[in-house]
Design a protein around this ligand. Structure first.
Ligand SMILES: CC(C)(COP(=O)(O)OP(=O)(O)OC[C@H]1O[C@@H](n2cnc3c(N)ncnc32)[C@H](O)[C@@H]1OP(=O)(O)O)[C@@H](O)C(=O)NCCC(=O)NCCS
Length: 213
């Protein structure tokens, strides 16, 4: 069962994951109160780890995952659209059906600092870029560009969060990879819309880090 006692409660997902096909970075959290159970229990579906070539779910650092988000894994979930029937015969009649029909769809990859809104459904094999926002109830069927906002069914880009030049700089800086003491120093600038100042401060810290190493 869950530890969520209110909508404010979160779990740091990395600390709770048991399945070796799910990789989650530090500080990524799930706020699952409205769906009662843990991230692994509710959000990750159909992960077919009986298959050797099973797809993985890979999520970066500092992502915010709202209640009810679903990652559909398990490749084609053993339903074959190219066969005469999509019915999973092997599952029901393993002694009679020679093939289980499993086909992988590729890993599902979520970057860093991604915000995924309530009840979004992420289809197998997509890549969501760093800094993206997935609107509530979206169905993500295709890759999402870094620092873009997507919404709807199927999810389409509604805007980009910043100019291409700023996005390029943020993707080079990768603030989420800084040691946490440095991220703490950056917090006044991360929690600000003065992005150019944040980029300058980050570059200063990066120079400092390079001198130390
Ligand atoms: C995506 C979101 C952040 C808004 O982003 P935004 O860029 O400010 O979007 P806007 O409100 O300006 O809307 C832009 C367009 O997207 C549409 N849109 C926004 N959210 C949408 C959604 N969930 N589904 C479909 N379309 C959506 C708007 O209708 C608008 O369409 P239009 O251009 O045709 O008028 C917000 O709608 C959202 O979904 N937030 C997640 C909230 C949540 O789940 N919180 C859980 C707790 S963390």
């Amino acid at each position: 069962m869950t530890d969520f006692k209110s909508w404010r409660d979160i779990e740091f997902v990395k600390d709770k994951i048991e399945n070796p096909h799910i990789y989650v970075g530090e500080y990524t959290y799930y706020a699952g109160y409205y769906n009662f159970r843990t991230f692994e229990d509710t959000c990750v579906r159909y992960l077919d780890d009986e298959e050797d070539n099973c797809d993985n779910l890979i999520i970066g650092k500092f992502c915010s995952i709202a209640s009810g988000v679903v990652f559909n894994l398990g490749g084609n979930q053993r339903h074959r659209k190219d066969w005469v029937t999509t019915y999973p015969l092997y599952q029901m009649f393993p002694d009679d059906c020679p093939e289980n029909g499993f086909a992988p769809m590729g890993d599902t990859v979520v970057g860093n600092d991604v915000w995924i809104g309530s009840d979004a459904l992420i289809m197998p094999g997509v890549t969501i870029g760093d800094g993206a926002i997935i609107a509530a109830k979206s169905v993500v069927t295709k890759n999402v560009e870094p620092y873009s906002i997507v919404a709807g069914v199927p999810a389409k880009q509604t805007s980009k969060r910043f100019s291409d030049e700023i996005i390029k700089a943020l993707l080079e800086i990768k603030w989420w990879d800084f040691p946490i003491e440095y991220i703490k120093k950056l917090m006044p600038f991360l929690a600000s819309n003065n992005i150019e100042l944040m980029i300058n401060k980050s570059n200063e810290l990066l120079r400092e880090l390079k001198q130390i190493s």
